[in-house]
Design a protein around this ligand. Structure first.
Ligand SMILES: *Cc1c(COP(=O)(O)O)cnc(C)c1O
Length: 355
């Protein structure tokens, strides 16, 4: 604390990201990173951009990430003015809070969801109401019918992994024609249905995606928003009042190259999905309750073992999983899907701990 702090800083409760342990070979299943590397074309693109001497780095990058947005627009069958690119989808979401969610009426999001949402709400002074998930952690879209300043939810939800069918997203859009509906699709590629194809029909829909999970580029920080050009313009106005060059040169070429290698993407996501199904059934066999997941993680609890104690015991064996000390979910662990060897290491460690 310091007397030099702006008033708001005293009141902030910042988001706490998962630990990045300083170990040589941790089994890192705590931040939903992809266990497989990005396409080799990504690495080539970065080398090409750097050249022999890195001279390209002297110059500012393209301020609108034009080539990248054009490629991603084409990939999704959108027009470039329906695509916003930001420095990770966290930044895109932050801009959306400021650009689209600050109204008189409070916004709504689930009580159990991405824990960055309340942090942004606090930072930008956006009022919100949380809507409890059902007992089985499902979202009931009928709970979002009341007039509100906006609706925000991840699909699949985090940290539960549960997905909503597209028809339910459409119910949500129809019930809220006068408010923005933001669907955070960070994990959509692992088995859920994207709402991108609804954009032309619903001017209130903003879909947020990232290259961090299914495209193995968490280290590059590239995320997107897709929506009606008016929504994209709102984000762009905030961005250009904040940082005109959010995406650096290497991030722009790396992300673009990733969209040029669809085969690599398909293969890596299919491997993650196969490992997820296997891990879920192994955990169930050990007595865990596992929430059905459409993401690259599973959310599980063991009726006979305290979650914090389990996480601590795993950490002693250099296996990192995520535990949230939050109401309703403090007995759950969120376990990212690793390589088959990493999943095996987890299962072996759990066998030693829970039997
Ligand atoms: C990982 C994640 C993000 C953020 O991704 P970045 O693009 O890496 O900033 C956004 N939303 C949810 C629900 C996530 O889990």
């Amino acid at each position: 604390m310091s007397r030099f702090w702006s008033d708001i800083v005293h009141r902030l409760t910042p988001y706490v990201p998962g630990e990045q342990p300083a170990l040589a070979h941790p089994v890192k299943l705590n931040t939903n990173e992809n266990p497989y590397p990005p396409s080799p074309r990504v690495v080539e693109a970065i080398r090409r951009e750097l050249g022999e001497d890195g001279a390209s780095l002297r110059k500012y990058p393209n301020p609108t990430a034009h080539a990248l947005r054009e490629a991603v627009a084409k990939h999704h069958g959108l027009r470039i003015e329906q695509v916003f690119a930001g420095n990770g989808s966290d930044e895109v979401l932050a801009h959306a809070f400021q650009a689209l969610l600050k109204h008189d009426a409070p916004i709504r999001f689930p009580d159990i969801t991405y824990s960055f949402y309340p942090v942004y709400a606090q930072l930008y002074g956006v009022e919100y109401r949380t809507i409890p998930l059902n007992a089985d952690f499902a979202i009931d879209v009928d709970d979002y019918r009341a007039p509100n300043g906006g609706v925000l939810l991840p699909n699949p939800n985090a940290p539960t992994g549960r997905a909503l069918p597209l028809a339910e997203i459409e119910v949500l859009l129809k019930a809220n024609p006068d408010a923005p509906v933001i669907v955070d699709e960070a994990y959509v590629d692992f088995d859920a249905e994207s709402a991108v194809n609804l954009i032309d029909a619903y001017p209130n829909l903003l879909v947020v995606q990232t290259t961090s999970k299914a495209r193995s580029l968490a280290g590059m920080r590239v995320g997107f928003a897709f929506g009606d050009p008016a929504l994209i313009e709102a984000l762009t106005r905030v961005k250009d009042s904040f940082n005109s060059y959010p995406l650096d040169r290497l991030a722009q070429v790396a992300a673009l190259a990733s969209y040029e290698d669809q085969a690599w993407f398909e293969e890596s996501r299919a491997k993650v999905v196969a490992s997820r199904e296997q891990l879920a059934s192994q955990l169930r066999a050990k007595g865990f309750d596992v929430v059905p997941s459409a993401a690259n993680f599973v959310f599980a609890k063991h009726p006979g073992h305290d979650a914090a104690t389990l996480a601590a015991a795993l950490k002693k064996q250099e296996i990192f999983v995520r535990h949230f000390r939050l109401p309703r979910i403090d007995q759950h662990l969120r376990i990212s899907i690793g390589t088959p060897a990493e999943c095996d290491a987890l299962v072996a460690a759990l066998t030693r701990i829970v039997g």
